[in-house]
Design a binder for this molecule. Sequence first.
Ligand code: UD1
Length: 421
Amino acid sequence: MSNLIITGGSRLCGIIEVPGAKNSVLPVLAATLLNKGTSILENCPELDDVTTMLEILGALGCSIRRKGSRIEVDASKLAASSIPEELAKKMRSSIIILGSLLARCGEVLVSYPGGCEIGLRPIDMHLKALMQMGAQIDGISDGMLRCRAEKLTGCEILLDYPSVGATENIMLAASLAEGETIIQNAAKEPEIDDLQAFLRKMGVKVSGAGTGVIRIQGIHEIKTEPVHRIIPDRIVAGTYLAATAATGGSLVITGVEYDHVGSVLYCLKRCGCRIRNYSGNVIALESSGKLSALDLVRTSPYPGFPTDMQPQLVALLSKCKGTSVVVETVFENRFRYTEQLMKLGADISIQGRAAIIRGTDRLKAAQLEARDLRGGAALVIGALSAEGTSSISGVGYIDRGYERMEKVLSSIGADIKRVET
Ligand code: UD1
């Protein structure tokens, strides 16, 4: 176990290259299960969740080679169709494997997934869609599910909400189903587009990612050698931009997709940051440190303001002059980290799904505890812009989504170190 020790007050300044997206590599890794050949993925982030996913694939019989950001998965010899419980519980994204594995093996045994403590996170939409495609799902003891399908058949599915995970699971199951599947009200996140790009490289006829209606024409068998580069992580990019804004610094981010961070840049500009975009994938931010509040920001599915950036934005707004209101519409329990930010002196009150933030120009160091991934990132931003030396425990949560955060932040001038406890 480790803690981050952060002495606030340094202006962040420098250049950062954004790694591949966690939320993209996980479903793409799940998609490699559909392939009886070897899939090669580049630009994969080196994160604990990726390691957990590879352990799951390994336990299912895949052979894996990982060197730096390159991963090769040979899923020609699947030997098992049950996802080890201790691994499934570690990571909610393990449920993404359900669609692929069911399509490939016809039977899956899985426990209800784990993940961050940010809400109930049910999987009813995933299960309902798979049942529409012909799967039979039985709950067996202790939160275990058994899914069986002699054959999956394409059909039209209307999602009640544009769930990212449910959209991905259906795309995966539909790739080996008989006939066409049409997903109405599909999620439009860039990670869905990336999954579509990978499935196409494996020969699946899929179209519509990003539009809300996705069509997948299933194929009988996939045996290819796709090479795919994972898209940049828009949330990591947004997090470092918000940290720089809060400390009054200037940052150049490379390898980022400008459009993917559009709503985040919009808010940062409205706070008073100067943003420039060079050639589509380089963004420069300058902040005077004297920023203003945002009257109202609501999180919503892409291209709205991402829920995964909500805590980092609230941390920034804690230092912005005036009163801001941030409404969380995606997850019902995503303000727990605000108690910790308040230890730094942030003035935040929660009313139902809204956080009301009264900006202060002085935050003071404190002992903090991260309890979820993005909430943890918000604490880092708070500590970077507070006077004095703070310590943050629960760093394991932060490591799930950020590669060596302390090294990246040190490289742009932060006073931050990791100590083993
Ligand atoms: C993904 C992201 C996560 C991000 C979220 C929303 C990954 C690995 N994780 O999570 O970082 O915060 O999208 O952008 O990509 N819901 C149901 N029933 C379901 C499925 C979802 O009620 O069957 C609800 C959830 O509780 C939540 C909302 O739908 O309130 C959105 O969830 P969803 O889009 O599915 O998020 P994830 O795929 O879990």
